[in-house]
Write a protein that binds this ligand. Structure first.
Ligand SMILES: [Zn+2]
Length: 104
């Protein structure tokens, strides 16, 4: 296993996403008032940052649509499913009844 050459940039991406999330949470807490807050600009050094995960062909992934963990949707960026009890119950209902017949 070789060291990820973009490790520091991935940390920077995570910090940037976290900073945006904090600003957005504060904005949401005060009811999305007007004017909206100014968000920090996307750092120039992060432009073109690729996923970099090892593909089945052995080459690094070239996708640039990254999630908070610095990987693309194919390499660790997607949801792992419902976590709350209500969400799990809703997911378990899939395929059992048509939505119109379910109780609200
Ligand atoms: Zn990828």
């Amino acid at each position: 296993m070789t060291e990820d050459p973009d490790r520091e940039r991935r940390k920077l991406l995570k910090a940037y996403i976290q900073a945006r999330a904090e600003i957005h949470a504060a904005w949401k807490a005060q009811g999305y008032g007007h004017p909206p807050p100014t968000f920090p600009q996307y750092p120039d050094e992060l432009r073109g940052l690729t996923c970099g995960a090892k593909t089945r062909a052995g080459t690094p992934c070239k996708r640039t649509d990254l999630w908070e963990n610095g990987r693309c949707k194919f390499h660790g960026g997607l949801s792992t499913g419902p976590t709350s009890d209500a969400g799990k119950a809703r997911a378990a209902m899939n395929g059992l009844l048509p939505k119109a017949k379910r109780s609200p």
